[in-house]
Design a protein around this ligand. Structure first.
Ligand code: PEP
Ligand code: MN
Length: 361
């Protein structure tokens, strides 16, 4: 995955944004910044106005935090980034010379607010980043970027922070990488930043998720970093110390988009040929399965039997999960695959039932 022609590619390293979820005190900001290694990190982030799920939680320190951000810039030379959720926030952030303004996931869902922010930023030279909306809606994410572009804002980036789900998975916000890939395919001039902190919701998964993002050739990372994470006033579980951040960044392997090496290219070509052939075999097998399923549909119709049989479905699923497990395929994947095939199979059988039904009338 590569957005080859985006403006951030002119920087020779990935863009790393680090800093606390929330600005809490001037000391916390200064201490965190002092311990962040500037040879890896270019931008210091902090939330000043915090959108919280429940009332009566810490809702941010407000505009005074912008003064502390200016202090961080002066003292340590980091560029600064802050979340804005309305036109008033934009004005205050611009007055305090914030370099990157980002639109949070709860704001991207609201076209009125995104429009208000875009208009407040008209013609800006600042960088504006758009987090994906909380719900898995690609068009809403793209729409927010289009609203910024329409106001003549040129330095735009997207932040992938994962999508909210009712049923909790191992992630706080399920990454659903495919949505970010679809975004990159549609918006080739927009760099993509990964936010492993809000994807994971805990400290343990951050290194692995950040590496995945680099494997997919993302342009940068935003990682919540706090001088004393256990005592953080928001998102304590997912924040890491500046020292842990340096460790993670040191170990990450950067991937390039291509390699000139001829052996690499010929091996890649051969393997891609094998993939294409295997994909064709998969499609042919599925089509064959549908034909069998159609015959079963005819049989069921003739004997007036219902299409969906729960015991049979459970048996199919069980067999496939067991076989998949032996071959190293996850239960979650087999489940999704079989449900999709079964759904298609049921639609085919329904067509047969209805056709016969109409002709028998
Ligand atoms: C944040 O970055 O602290 C934040 C509130 O993120 P999100 O909008 O992704 O929930
Ligand atoms: Mn946060």
């Amino acid at each position: 995955m590569s957005n080859a022609d985006n403006w951030m590619k002119t920087i020779d390293k990935p863009l790393i944004i680090a800093g606390p979820c929330s600005a809490e005190t001037e000391e916390q900001m200064m201490e965190t910044a002092a311990r962040i290694d500037p040879s890896y990190v270019q931008v210091f982030r902090a939330g000043i106005w915090k959108p919280r799920t429940k009332p009566n939680s810490f809702e941010g320190v407000g505009a005074v935090g912008l003064k502390w951000l200016m202090g961080v810039k002066q003292e340590f030379g980091f560029k600064t980034a802050v979340e804005v959720a309305n036109a008033k926030h934009v004005k205050l952030a611009l007055d305090h010379d914030v370099d990157i303004l980002w639109i949070g996931a709860r704001t991207t869902v609201n076209p009125f607010t995104v429009q208000e922010i875009a208009e407040a930023l008209r013609d800006t030279e600042k960088t504006v980043m758009v987090k994906n909306p909380v719900n898995p809606d690609l068009e809403l994410w793209i729409g927010a970027v289009e609203r910024l572009k329409a106001q003549n804002i040129k330095n735009i980036a997207a932040i992938h922070r994962g999508f909210s789900t009712y049923k909790k998975t191992k992630y706080r916000n399920n990454p659903q990488w495919q949505i970010a890939f679809d975004f990159m395919n549609r918006m080739t001039d927009i760099p993509m930043i990964c936010d492993p902190s809000h994807i994971c919701g805990n400290r343990d998964g951050i290194a692995e998720t950040a590496q995945l993002a680099f494997n997919f050739e993302y342009d940068g990372l935003m990682i919540e970093t706090h001088c004393n994470p256990d005592c953080a006033l928001s998102d304590a579980k997912q924040q890491i110390t500046p020292e842990r951040l340096t460790e993670i960044l040191k170990e990450l392997e950067l991937r390039k988009s291509d390699d000139e090496d001829a052996v690499y290219h010929s091996n890649l070509k051969r393997l891609r040929g094998e993939i294409d052939e295997t994909d064709q075999m998969i499609i042919d097998s599925i089509s064959q399965r549908m034909n069998i399923s159609a015959q079963i549909g005819e049989l069921k119709k003739k004997h007036n039997v219902a299409i969906f049989q729960i015991e049979r479905w459970n048996q199919i699923r069980q067999q496939a999960v067991e076989r998949g497990a032996k071959l190293g395929l996850s239960e979650e994947f087999i489940d999704k695959l079989l449900k999709a095939i079964h759904q298609e199979s049921i639609s085919h059988q329904n067509l047969i039932m209805n056709k016969n039904h109409i002709s028998s009338e």
